[in-house]
Design a protein around this ligand. Structure first.
Ligand code: SDX
Length: 466
């Protein structure tokens, strides 16, 4: 808490000295000086409230649309240094986790904060593996969607629906209920995802296969046909597991902010995670991997890259898969994905779109328009090319992102609930609208001539004798 040490008036009379962890702010409107405590590179926004222009003044607020410079929480889950291109989960560098860990082990690390022992991992994997089934009623629920419903819309609805099957999850402080919610969400989201895909394809649902790994089981639920037992290609199984690790968590991104914001009302974790799915759906966030593939297809060949980049510079296009709010250097995840592409192509068809992607990257990183804006490839730039090589349709790319991000959302939700500083999220605003207007009768209103909304459809003329 800051102390209002008015160096020119009362207070303890001490004066701030260079080297103190304080900010001395002089309000030129009143001549008053305030000292605000600086801790962990921040000031507390509430310490601004004491700065008033008059006694009845509400006090200063910080204005920060989209929270570009606002820390909303203290977290120990993921560390990112955007300038250095560093990403660590609970202190472990992402490249080491990709090389040596598995997705379920990383999920355990995110949720519990430490790498598991053999016994802990065995129990965790057993519990996730044995909770992959969803209630049979979910199948009827999914049948209500059109055949061409976007799978992210189906996943969004499916995750929200899970909250109705596990009402005890509302006891958010019960450790057992929290553990089961974590297990069920991590276990069932791949099943919901695969069911959405099978619904789109008009194929029967494939039930989980407990003899397969987490990634292998997902491939089985997606692609199994008439064979008795689906055998995933180990190279693809591993590539998918690495992609799951790379997408597991990313500190306070848009969808995690949504999960924390919705979760702050003390709603159950399924409903909070459904909010994360909704946020991830957006093309500026998780939807970017789908948008990258559409962009590469529109470019058609590496020869067209210079013209396309001109369009971007003229702001007619956005270079999807480039840029990041935090990374002002190469997203380390993009580099790891790019390195895994050749392995995947050994086991699948070569994807010619990679030539276009690599030409885009080469030319963009050699162009001051992009480097001056610190626009580098992000996690979404190459991931879609691998998903396509795995025969995953474009509409499913963001769904694949949501599967591993579920463990990040769950861990962030748990951390938020355990943080005594957190309470219901309720930002303030700068009101810029009208004030104190008197109601007017409709006949007295001089409305704008333009009628809002699409042109009214005239009722079809009845044909004579119809
Ligand atoms: C993810 O937050 C996370 O951690 C997210 C994520 C995670 O793991 O959760 O990493 C996953 O969402 C990755 C990002 C995927 N989105 C895209 O690839 C979509 C394309 N990129 C962007 O639209 C954009 O870069 C954002 C949304 C990612 C970041 O936008 P910011 O931080 O709000 O930056 P900005 O829009 O203010 O842009 C700064 C400048 C602007 O130029 P000027 O107007 O100042 O001249 O850079 C330009 C922008 O026009 N710019 C781009 C661009 N991204 C930014 N210009 C062309 N192409 C782009 N992709």
């Amino acid at each position: 808490m800051a102390t209002q040490r008015q160096t020119s008036q009362q207070g303890d009379g001490t004066v701030a000295a260079p080297g103190d962890d304080t900010l001395t702010i002089t309000d030129n409107r009143t001549g008053q000086t305030y000292e605000l405590e600086v801790s962990e590179g921040t000031i507390r926004a509430m310490d601004l409230r004491q700065i008033k222009a008059s006694d009845d003044d509400f006090g200063l607020m910080a204005y920060d649309p989209a929270f570009t410079n606002t820390a909303s929480c203290r977290s120990a889950i993921t560390y990112i240094d955007g300038d250095a291109g560093v990403l660590e989960h609970r202190g472990y560098p992402i490249d080491q986790l990709c090389e040596r860990s598995s997705y379920l082990e990383v999920a355990y690390l995110l949720v519990f904060g430490e790498l598991p022992t053999t016994a802990q991992l065995e129990r965790w994997v057993f519990d996730v593996t044995h909770h992959t089934f969803v209630h049979e009623d979910i199948k009827q629920f999914l049948e209500g969607f059109r055949y061409d419903a976007h799978p992210m819309g189906m996943l969004l609805a499916g995750v929200g629906a899970l909250s109705t099957f596990y009402p005890d999850a509302k006891q958010i402080d019960d450790p057992e209920e929290r553990y089961m919610a974590a297990i069920r969400l991590i276990a069932k989201v791949p099943t919901l995802a695969a069911f959405a895909y099978r619904h789109n394809m008009g194929l029967p649902y494939v039930y989980p296969d407990n003899d397969l790994s987490y990634s292998g089981n997902f491939l089985s639920m997606m692609f199994k046909k008439t064979e008795r037992h689906y055998e995933p290609d180990p190279r693809l199984e591993r590539a998918l597991d690495v992609l799951f690790i790379l997408h597991a968590d990313h500190e306070q991104n848009c969808s995690t902010n949504a999960v924390r914001g919705v979760g702050s009302s003390q709603v159950d974790p399924y409903s909070a995670v459904a909010a994360g799915v909704a946020a991830l759906y957006g093309p500026l966030h998780g939807g970017a991997n789908e948008a990258v593939l559409r962009m590469l297809r529109r470019i058609e060949s590496p020869e067209n890259v210079p013209d396309f980049l001109e369009g971007v510079k003229n702001r007619e296009e956005r270079l999807m898969g480039f840029g990041h709010r935090v990374y002002k250097n190469y997203d380390p995840r993009a580099r790891i994905i790019e390195q895994h592409m050749d392995e995947v192509f050994e086991a699948t068809e070569y994807n010619p779109l990679v030539e276009i992607a690599r030409e885009l990257e080469k030319r963009a990183l050699d162009d001051d328009y992009f480097t001056s804006r610190k626009l580098y490839p992000n996690v979404d730039f190459y991931s879609g090319i691998i998903y396509e090589a795995l025969q995953i349709p474009t509409e499913m790319f963001t769904v694949i992102f949501a599967i591993p991000r579920t463990s990040g959302w769950v861990s962030q939700w748990m951390e938020m609930n355990d943080d005594s500083e957190q309470k219901i999220a309720r930002p303030r605003q700068i009101y810029v609208g009208e004030r104190e207007r008197d109601y007017s009768q409709i006949g007295d209103r001089e409305g704008p001539e333009k009628i809002i909304g699409p042109p009214a459809r005239r009722p079809k003329r009845q044909r004579r004798g119809a």
